[in-house]
Write a protein that binds this ligand. Structure first.
Ligand code: FAD
Ligand code: NAI
Length: 481
C-alpha cells in the first residue's frame, strides 16, 4: 500500500517548500519530494532548491564578501581610513557562504518537522491515476529504493537548471554554470562570461571585485533590455567604470577547454570580425530551462510547451484536474519571490480560497553595485502600449545620506499616469535599491498616486527621501534640486 496525502509537492525550492508549509498550516496532510543533494558527499537531499543551494543565497553571500573587500581595499581612504596589504582568503569566503547555505537548508528541515510535512527523499515521477479514488500515484526514486505514494493534489515545483550551449561542455571546473561559478577555489586572473544577464552581472561582479579581469560576451546588441532604458544606460556606464568589459552583439563560434590552462573562446564581434579571448575560467550564463524531463508527465496526460514549461492558467492550474505547477517550471519571471507567492496561492486555492497575485507588482533586483531594481512598466513599455505618462527622476547625488555613505551614484525614476497620477512603474539604480523598491511595490499594490508618495513623511536623512523627491519630480516640484 502506498502512503496517501492530500497534497504532494514535487521539489523543495522556494516555490515547493513554501507551498508545503502553507498547505500544512491550512490543515492538509502534506508530503514534499526532493532528490537533489547539490553535490554534498552524504548524498542526502538538501532542501531550498536552486535559491538556497546554488542561487540567490550563496550568490548574495559572495556579493557581500566581495563588496566588503572592494570597499576596504579601494574606498576606505575617502573616509580617512588607511588600510594596507588587504588580501582575501577565498577558502574562508567560500566556507562562510557554505555555512549560510547549511544553516538555511537545516532551517527548512526544522520547518518541515514543525509543520508535520513528510519529506520524501528522492525524485518523484508520475506513475498512474488510481481509478477508484482518482488520486495520483507517483514513484519516489532514490538510489536504493523506489517508493509509491498517492496524493489527491500534486504541485509541480521542480524549478529550473542552467541552459547550456551546444558544443560547450560545462565541467564546472574550467567552464562553469552558476554552480561552479559560486565555488572557484582560486581567483581567476582572467574570467570570461557568456551572457550579460542577471547571473553574468552578479557573479562577474563578485570575481571582478576580488581582482579578476572580467570580459562579458553578450549576443544581444543591447544591455539589460528588460530594464528601463535610462536605468540600463546608467548601470552600463557605472559597471564599465568599475572595470567590467562588455562586448555586445557577439556570436560565439567555438570554445576550447584547455583544463588547467584555461579556455580559448573564438567569437564574431558586432562587426563580424573573428576575435579570440583567452581566460582562466569561463562562466556560461545564458538563461535557465525548466526541469520537466524526468517527471513522466505522459502518465497523467500532461504535456509541456516546446520550451519544456508546464502550461497553466492564471491560477497555476494545469490542464489536468488537481495538478498544479508553480515557480520556474512555468512561464513568467524566474524569481524566488514569484515562486513563493505562487506556492502560497496554490495551497490556498486547493482549500477553495481566492488569493490573487498581481504579476505587474513583482519586483526585480539585480545585486550589482550599485543595485538595480524595478517594478511595473518601463518607459519603453508605456510608449509601446500608447499609455500617456509623466516621469519624475531624482539623483542620489543630491541626497545627504547617500553622500555620507559615499554611495551617490544613480537615481530613482517614478512613472505615473498622465491623467490619474497613478504610479505605473518605479526604476532604481543606486545603493540599497533592493530595499528601496519595497516602498514602490506597496504603493503600486495600493494603487497609490505619485502625489501620495510625495506627501508621505520620509525619514531624514535617508535614501528613501530620493523616492519622495522622484515622486515630487513627477509634478516638477522636487524640493532639493
Ligand atoms: P528551484 O529553486 O529550482 O527548486 C526546484 C527543486 O525541485 C530543486 O531542488 C530540484 O532538485 C527539485 N526537483 C526537480 N525535479 C524533481 C523531481 N522529479 N522530484 C523531486 N524534486 C525535484 N531569484 C531571486 O528572486 N533573487 C535572487 O537573488 C536570485 N538569485 C539567483 C542566483 C543564481 C545564481 C540563480 C541560478 C538563480 C537565482 N534566482 C534568484 C532565481 C531563483 O533561484 C529561482 O527563481 C527559484 O529558485 C525558483 O524556485 P522554484 O521553487 O521554482 O525552483
Ligand atoms: P538571463 O536571461 O538573465 O540572461 C542571459 C543573457 O545571455 C541574455 O542577456 C542573453 O541575451 C544572453 N545570451 C543568450 N544566449 C547567448 C549566447 N549564445 N551568446 C551570448 N549571450 C547569450 O539569464 P541568466 O543570467 O542565466 O539568469 C537566469 C535567470 O535566473 C534570470 O533570468 C533570473 O530569472 C534568475 N536570476 C535572478 C537573479 C536576481 O533576481 N537577482 C540573480 C540571478 C539569476
Amino acid at each position: 500500500m502506498s502512503d496517501n496525502f492530500d497534497v504532494l509537492v514535487i521539489g523543495a525550492g522556494p516555490g515547493g517548500y513554501i507551498a508545503a508549509i502553507r498547505a500544512a498550516q491550512l490543515g492538509l496532510k502534506v508530503a514534499c519530494a526532493e532528490g537533489n543533494s547539490y553535490g554534498n558527499i552524504d548524498n542526502q537531499p538538501r532542501l531550498g532548491g536552486t535559491c538556497l543551494n546554488v542561487g540567490c543565497i550563496p550568490s548574495k553571500a559572495l556579493l557581500a564578501s566581495s563588496e566588503e573587500f572592494e570597499k576596504i581595499s579601494h574606498h576606505a581612504d575617502i573616509h580617512g581610513i588607511n588600510v594596507q596589504n588587504v588580501n582575501i582568503d577565498i577558502n574562508k569566503m567560500l566556507a562562510r557562504k557554505n555555512n549560510i547555505v547549511d544553516k538555511m537548508t537545516k532551517g527548512i528541515e526544522f520547518l518541515f518537522k514543525k509543520n508535520k510535512i513528510t519529506l520524501l527523499k528522492g525524485y518523484a515521477q508520475f506513475s498512474s491515476v488510481d481509478k477508484q479514488t482518482g488520486n495520483y500515484l507517483l514513484n519516489i526514486n532514490n538510489q536504493d529504493i523506489k517508493e509509491l505514494v498517492s496524493a489527491k493534489h500534486v504541485i509541480i515545483a521542480t524549478g529550473s537548471k542552467a541552459r547550456h550551449l551546444p558544443n560547450i561542455t560545462v565541467d564546472n571546473k574550467t567552464i562553469c554554470d552558476n554552480d561552479g561559478a559560486l565555488n572557484f577555489a582560486d581567483l581567476p586572473k582572467k574570467l570570461a562570461v557568456i551572457g550579460a544577464g542577471v547571473i553574468g552581472l552578479e557573479l562577474g561582479s563578485v570575481w571582478r571585485r576580488l581582482g579578476a579581469e572580467v570580459t562579458i560576451l553578450e549576443a544581444s546588441p543591447n544591455f539589460l533590455s528588460a530594464a528601463d532604458e535610462g536605468v540600463s544606460k546608467e548601470s552600463l556606464k557605472l559597471l564599465t567604470k568599475q572595470g567590467l568589459k562588455f562586448n555586445f552583439g557577439v556570436k560565439i563560434e567555438n570554445v576550447e577547454n584547455c583544463d588547467d590552462a584555461g579556455v580559448i573562446i573564438k567569437y564574431l564581434d558586432n562587426s563580424g570580425n573573428i576575435q579570440t579571448l583567452e581566460a582562466d575560467k569561463l562562466i556560461v550564463s545564458v538563461g535557465r530551462v525548466p526541469n520537466t524531463d524526468n517527471l513522466n508527465l505522459n502518465a497523467v496526460g500532461l504535456t509541456t510547451d516546446e520550451r519544456g514549461f508546464i502550461p497553466v492558467n492564471h491560477d497555476c492550474q494545469t490542464s489536468v484536474n488537481n495538478i498544479w505547477a508553480i515557480g520556474d517550471v512555468i512561464l513568467g519571471p524566474m524569481l524566488a519571490h514569484k515562486a513563493e507567492d505562487e506556492g502560497v496561492a496554490v495551497a490556498e486555492r486547493i482549500l477553495g480560497q481566492k488569493p490573487h497575485i498581481n504579476y505587474n507588482c513583482i519586483p526585480w533586483v539585480i545585486y550589482t553595485s550599485p543595485e538595480i531594481s524595478w517594478v511595473g512598466k518601463t518607459e519603453q513599455q508605456l510608449t509601446k502600449e500608447g499609455i500617456e505618462y509623466k516621469a519624475g527622476q531624482f539623483p542620489f547625488m543630491a541626497n545627504g545620506r547617500a553622500l555620507g555613505m559615499a554611495e551617490s551614484d544613480g537615481f530613482i525614476k517614478v512613472l505615473a499616469c498622465a491623467k490619474t497620477d497613478e504610479i505605473l512603474g518605479v526604476h532604481i539604480v543606486g545603493a540599497n535599491a533592493s530595499d528601496l523598491i519595497a516602498e514602490a511595490v506597496v504603493a503600486m499594490e495600493f494603487k497609490a498616486a505619485a502625489e501620495d508618495i510625495a506627501r508621505i513623511c520620509h525619514p531624514h536623512p535617508s535614501l528613501s527621501e530620493v523616492m519622495r523627491e522622484a515622486a515630487l519630480s513627477v509634478d516638477k516640484r522636487a524640493l532639493n534640486m
